[in-house]
Design a protein around this ligand. Structure first.
Ligand code: SF4
Ligand code: SF4
Length: 167
């Protein structure tokens, strides 16, 4: 998928996180106020980075998120139980306006409104094709519910690989 822009959901057959770890490398993860408070309470402020009125998860050496851990040949998240919204949504992008001026096929009806849903082509878990029933009717609704704050727990949109929970 080299060089591609955002992929409209209608071009995606399915998605499943393969724990390649790319999305936790070289990104700055922004935290909402409640997320920041929870993380600071459990782990202290040493895992946070402050900048321009925003709080982020710190990156460690190698530019990886401090909560990313190797597991055999995969990478997993050790912050699973309080994973920030930004991480839960990746590689989905939900927008109120289309990203492309012409031929944009990303509209998705949710709670009576059109939103525009894309996927980040950097993710290794995307399979291109006609959307499967599971992707359309289980994965997408869950990601929209999470994005709009109606749901917290991930069932269809998290990695099937082992992850740590904080002690
Ligand atoms: S969401 Fe995508 S990029 Fe991130 S670890 Fe899973 S497969 Fe890799
Ligand atoms: S909190 Fe977890 S999912 Fe988010 S960037 Fe860090 S390791 Fe990755």
């Amino acid at each position: 998928m080299g060089g591609r822009g955002l992929i409209p959901w209608t071009e995606v057959h399915s998605w499943s996180c393969v724990a390649c770890g790319k999305c936790c490398l070289g990104y700055r993860v922004p935290l909402k106020l409640d997320e920041y408070a929870k993380v600071a309470r459990v782990y202290g402020i040493g895992v946070l980075e402050f900048g321009l009125g925003k709080v982020y998860l710190k990156n460690s050496q190698g530019n990886r998120c401090v909560f990313q851990r190797p597991s055999l040949d995969r990478w997993v998240c050790s912050l699973q139980a309080m994973k920030p919204l930004a991480c839960k949504l990746f590689p989905f992008r939900i927008q109120s306006k289309p990203a492309y001026k012409r031929g944009d096929t990303s509209a998705y009806r949710f709670r009576g409104n059109d939103v525009y849903v894309y996927m980040d082509p950097e993710c290794d878990g995307i399979r291109i094709g006609k959307p499967s029933r599971r992707f359309r009717y289980e994965v997408l609704p869950e990601i929209l519910q999470i994005g709009f704050g109606e749901r917290v727990k991930q069932k269809y949109t998290t990695s099937k690989y082992i992850s740590w929970t904080p002690s």
